[in-house]
Design a protein. Structure first.
Lengths: 348, 509
């Protein structure tokens, strides 16, 4: 099954949903006349409607169940399986309940809400199946979504440190680095903030709270060689060009959406997507000497990581934002369902 | 250039779970928004001003005043009104029916013949369906409403041994018999001897070539204007149906043209109408007297003995003079004239006795008058001739029904574009001497004649139309029958309310 990996977990709810739809439909039609099903106020309509209402209540229980997860109220995968299939059955059951009539404005609103809930739920179901698979194959640098900005900021700091060590202090006339005092002060304590070779370039950085990572320099065979030897091999033009491109193109891209006024839209940046990034770095390598290759490779790796973060942010939105809509209209549906029960019993 | 998981983890704030993800915030906001919106809409729904939201459709014109907020005019709270609703009991149905009866004081359907426990389960909404739009006709009742019981009426009537027809459709379908023959046409309750065939022949002749045929010139001048003059005044008069049968009202839609001051009257469906439904009873003075003139005044009073003697004596003298005149002008070979003369002579002869009988105040005088003054030509004698006080009352009431179909309400209005002889068959064979179509012949083929045009099945209707049948029409029960009706000549179905809160009286059937 495309939408479920452990299909056997779904057999139970599928069978239950099928029985409810088939049984309810036949019963309701049997009470009707001339092929037209009975209305919601018939015995069959009331029973089917009550079942549908019970299912909606059960579906809404997923929320408190999440809050009360410490009580271990059943396994999550069972809850999800029943949530999916009974939720899907709820649509046909509601139509059977109403005798395939929309009724008045209020019941039409209810039905429209139910259709929206079902549609958003199915949409989310598809998203939850396909997007994680895609992310697993295409976003190896995936991180925690809420930490994307912090990780990108740290990457920028690491790059500054790396360039300072490898190329020496930033020459004049190579642009101006963005001040990051506010962003650094906003970082939580205990976070691995890299130390800066040039402390003056990092005003506001409290070294006492920072953990020196430097892992790239130490572990990466290529980056491990960064140091005075590499600096000696690079000519002045390379240093100026790399610092300049870093300051004007790479760092604004890394810090986009993080630092005000340094945002460079993805579409206008020469490194806005993977294809353009590879082309741009290829051209940059061509304009520099071979000695600059390790540094440029490290910078390209950082940019590609940022691109993956962007893709991950987008995927994360598709993966989770629908839940807000789904949950909102589900709650509204639940509230209006109570009113529907009261008013229907009153005027049926 | 890959970095290790440990390195990656060190770039993450260890307390990241305490910071709320935007998706979680969105979910919370939307959840609250849904709750608030749902609660606001739901609370409003519980108020009377939102009643329209619960309505499943616009009310018809009759109830449209309550379309917005008048739910409880018809809906009794917590009493399901829908006929297929669960938990409907006789109390609930009665509760709902009371709402309708507050304005519509309608009779039950044959309460004397129907089982009362089953009648108590019948509700107004069983047949009258609301919320189907402003133009929906609440009186447009589907056949299913009637067939529900009439398909097997035995289980609904008190007298199970009563012969009952099982009616599921107007026409027979798939071997299932349709509507039974019209009971109202089975027997002519009238007492008039009359031949439509003779009266529809030119000059109302007994046979072709009969010289006694009526001509326009032979009519008394006072009646000549009633009949169109033929090309030659001595040509026989050709009557048409409308010469004797007058519409009770103008044809629907032409009322103001035909009769601008028409007063609405109640028709057989108990409804006020100006439209043509039936034909007025035939009146002797208007429709017969032009040809059939009486020697005695129609209103002659028998109590005034001297006046009666004078009138009879005068008429005898007139008859005698006329008989002598006819004898001098008639040809011996004309049998009809001879018969007429003999009749008149006999009348003259008995007339002498008649005067004596009148002088003696003998009851036989009325019998002699009935037999010798042409009453017996069309009428039957009254059962109690001795009690007759005037000439009119020596004959039995004509008893001709205005509405022949006693169990239904037939209207001629919608059939006005159909020629009379399409339904009323008359044998006009000019060579036949037989009068034919005697008074006992109702001149209606029966239900078969109706089923030519009135077809239930839509496919059959189209087929008939393709086959060239004109005036194809539906055949719904409601076209002729009414569930509630109290018309004296129509389908009286039980109790009739006499006033707003007054007691009910038994209706006639």
């Amino acid at each position: 099954m495309l939408l479920a990996r452990k299909m056997h977990l779904h057999y139970g709810p599928i069978a239950l949903a099928s029985i409810l739809i088939l049984g309810g439909g036949l019963w309701q039609y049997s009470l009707g006349t001339k092929g037209s099903p009975a209305t919601g106020s018939s015995l069959a309509g009331l029973v089917v409607g009550s079942i549908a209402a019970g299912i909606i209540l059960f579906e809404l229980l997923l929320w408190p169940r999440k809050r009360l997860r410490k009580y271990k109220l059943g396994r999550t995968k069972f809850w999800v399986a029943y949530h999916l299939w009974l939720g899907l059955a709820c649509g046909p059951l509601a139509f059977i309940h109403s005798g395939f009539r929309f009724g008045g404005t209020f019941t039409t609103v209810l039905m429209a809400l139910l259709v929206l809930v079902l549609t958003s739920g199915v949409f989310g179901w598809v998203m939850q199946v396909f997007i994680p698979r895609w992310m697993l194959g295409n976003l190896p640098q995936e991180t925690i979504p809420s930490q994307i900005d912090d990780v990108s900021l740290l990457s920028a700091l690491e790059n500054r440190q790396m360039l300072t060590v490898a190329l020496g202090p930033k020459p004049p006339n190579t642009g101006k680095l963005v001040a990051l005092e506010d962003q650094l002060s906003a970082l939580k304590s205990g976070l691995s903030v890299p130390s800066m070779g040039n402390a003056d370039a990092m005003p506001g950085l409290d070294k006492s709270n920072a953990i020196v990572v430097g892992a790239r320099q130490r572990r990466d065979p290529q980056r491990a060689s960064f140091g005075q030897d590499l600096a000696d091999d690079l000519n002045g033009a390379d240093r100026i060009e790399i610092w300049k491109q870093y300051t004007l193109v790479i760092e604004p891209f890394l810090l986009k959406n993080i630092v005000p006024n340094s945002t460079r839209s993805t579409s206008r940046s020469p490194i806005g997507n993977l294809q353009r990034t590879q082309e741009w770095f290829k051209n940059l390598q061509a304009s520099c000497s071979d000695s600059a290759f390790p540094i440029l490779m490290a910078l390209q790796s950082t940019v590609e990581e940022r691109l993956q973060f962007d893709a991950q942010r987008m995927a994360h939105a598709w993966l989770h934002r629908w839940i807000a809509f789904h949950a909102g209209i589900s709650v509204m549906l639940g509230v209006l369902l109570i009113v529907h029960i009261i008013q229907s019993l009153r005027y049926m | 250039m890959a970095i290790t998981g440990k390195q990656r983890s060190r770039r993450i704030d260890r307390n990241y779970t305490s910071s709320e993800d935007r998706s979680i915030l969105w979910k919370r906001w939307f959840g609250w928004a849904g709750l608030i919106l749902g609660a606001l809409y739901g609370l409003w729904m519980l108020t009377p001003s939102a009643a329209k939201q619960l309505s499943t459709g616009t009310l018809s014109k009759a109830h449209h005043a309550w379309n917005e907020t008048g739910c409880e005019q018809c809906h009794a709270p917590w009493s399901p009104i829908n006929t297929r609703s669960f938990a409907r009991s006789t109390e609930v149905i009665a509760d709902n029916n009371r709402r309708c009866n507050a304005c519509h004081r309608m009779a039950d359907h044959y309460p004397a013949a129907t089982k009362s426990n089953l009648l108590a389960l019948e509700s107004c909404v069983q047949c009258h369906h609301e919320h189907l739009g402003i133009n929906h006709n609440l009186l447009d009742i589907a056949d299913e409403s009637c067939v529900r019981c009439h398909a097997d009426l035995a289980q609904f009537v008190k007298d199970a041994n009563r012969p009952l027809s099982k009616v599921t459709s107007f026409d027979s379908t798939n071997g299932i018999p349709g509507h039974p023959d019209f009971q109202g046409l089975a027997k002519d309750p009238g007492t008039i001897q009359f031949s439509h065939t003779q009266h529809m022949r030119p000059g109302q002749a007994l046979k072709p070539g009969d010289r006694s045929a009526k001509t326009w010139d032979s009519l008394p001048p006072a009646f000549q204007d009633q009949y169109p003059k033929p090309k030659n005044g001595f040509d026989p008069i050709q009557l048409t149906c409308s010469d004797c049968h007058e519409r009770d009202h103008p044809i629907a839609g032409y009322g103001t043209l035909e009769s601008p001051n028409a007063i609405p009257v109640t028709n057989s469906l108990d409804r006020q109408t100006n439209a043509h439904v039936l034909y007025k009873p035939v009146e002797f003075s208007k429709h017969c007297e032009a040809c059939h003139q009486l020697d005695l005044p129609h209103k002659l009073d028998f109590k005034d003995h001297q006046h009666l003697l004078d009138v009879v004596a005068t008429s005898q003298q007139q008859r005698l003079a006329r008989s002598e005149r006819l004898q001098s002008t008639s040809k011996p070979n004309e049998s009809s004239v001879e018969e007429e003369n003999q009749l008149r002579i006999a009348g003259t002869a008995s007339g002498k006795d008649l005067i004596e009988l009148i002088k003696e105040n003998n009851p036989l005088a009325k019998t002699v008058i009935f037999k010798t003054y042409a009453c017996s030509k069309c009428h039957q004698p009254a059962i109690d001739l001795a009690a007759a006080n005037n000439l009119e009352s020596i004959v039995a009431p004509s008893a001709l029904p205005t509405q022949w179909l006693t169990k239904a309400s037939f209207s001629h209005g919608p059939h006005i574009n159909v020629q009379c002889d399409v339904c009323h068959k008359i044998q006009l064979d000019s060579n036949a001497f037989s009068l034919g179509n005697l008074s006992s012949d109702v001149l209606i083929d029966g239900i078969q004649g109706c089923q030519v045009c009135h077809i239930v099945d839509e496919a059959k209707r189209k087929g008939a139309q393709l086959a060239g049948v004109k005036n194809i029409a539906r055949a719904d029960c409601i076209d002729c029958h009414r569930y509630h009706d109290h018309g004296p000549k129509g389908t009286a179905t039980g109790l009739r309310f006499t006033g707003a809160t007054g007691p009910a009286v038994e209706g006639s059937q």
